[in-house]
Design a protein around this ligand. Structure first.
Ligand code: SF4
Ligand code: SF4
Length: 221
């Protein structure tokens, strides 16, 4: 939400999703104005909307963004009752430059000096080892390529079988770490991003938990 006089406080920009965080926003985290549990990691390989983008694009460098509300991307700090920002005086940089009548400054900022989870943790934070372990064990696949491969009947079944293994491994890792380190869901989303099965949903892949384990199926399109 902009600070400019042209802002009508409609809330549309905040409902479309919280901002990505940039270098200067690290000061908000260090001052305790933002907690890491307010943030979600978007990993390399995911598909994500760029500011003002109309369709999701491949993520080449991971970044952090403000978490959403419930299952939506509506910014966690957006107050629907007042159509206002609960952190207005300490909002991230991308929010302070956003003016929907002049999107140039936001587009200039997009992709620049993006913060990652590694910027937010001290060198001795035990989460670091877990994050690296997760990246090694459960790297995020290239979802753009997977989306294309799912279009081909000849390769679809084998690909879904491979993805079932990857989804199961990712869920098992999260479950084990959540139990052993008492991670909240918010901390898990900061540390490891969203589970693979959620990332596959926009590609039409639905996961179900069966007695035989995780099974994936493609929605008819
Ligand atoms: S910046 Fe534009 S979209 Fe966002 S709240 Fe203001 S008027 Fe609405
Ligand atoms: S931090 Fe505030 S201004 Fe920025 S998207 Fe969230 S609710 Fe809107």
């Amino acid at each position: 939400m902009s600070i400019t006089s042209s802002c009508k406080r409609c809330g549309t920009c905040c409902r479309q999703g919280g901002p990505a965080l940039h270098g200067p926003d690290l000061a908000l985290i260090r001052a305790g104005r933002l907690q890491i549990d307010d943030l979600i990691t978007v990993r390399r390989g995911e598909l994500a909307f760029q500011p003002l983008g109309r369709c999701p694009e491949p993520v080449h460098h991971e970044f952090l963004k403000l978490a959403g509300q419930g299952s939506t991307w509506c910014c966690a700090f957006f107050d629907e009752t007042t159509k206002g920002c609960r952190r207005y005086h300490h909002r991230p940089m991308a929010c302070s430059v956003l003016d929907c009548t002049d999107t140039g400054p936001l587009l200039d900022l997009a992709g620049q000096d993006l913060l990652t989870r590694f910027d937010c943790l001290s060198a001795d934070d035990p989460l670091l080892a877990l994050i690296r372990d997760h990246e090694t064990t459960c790297p995020c696949p290239d979802l753009e390529t997977i989306g294309r491969q799912l279009e081909h009947p000849a390769t679809k079944a084998a690909l879904l079988a491979d993805l079932e293994v990857a989804v199961s491994r990712d869920l098992a890792f999260r479950s084990q770490v959540a139990a052993s380190h008492r991670l909240s869901l918010a901390r898990e989303l900061f540390a490891f991003g969203r589970p693979l099965f959620q990332l596959l949903q926009p590609l039409g892949v639905q996961a179900s938990n069966t007695p035989a384990g995780i099974r994936l199926a493609l929605n008819s399109r």
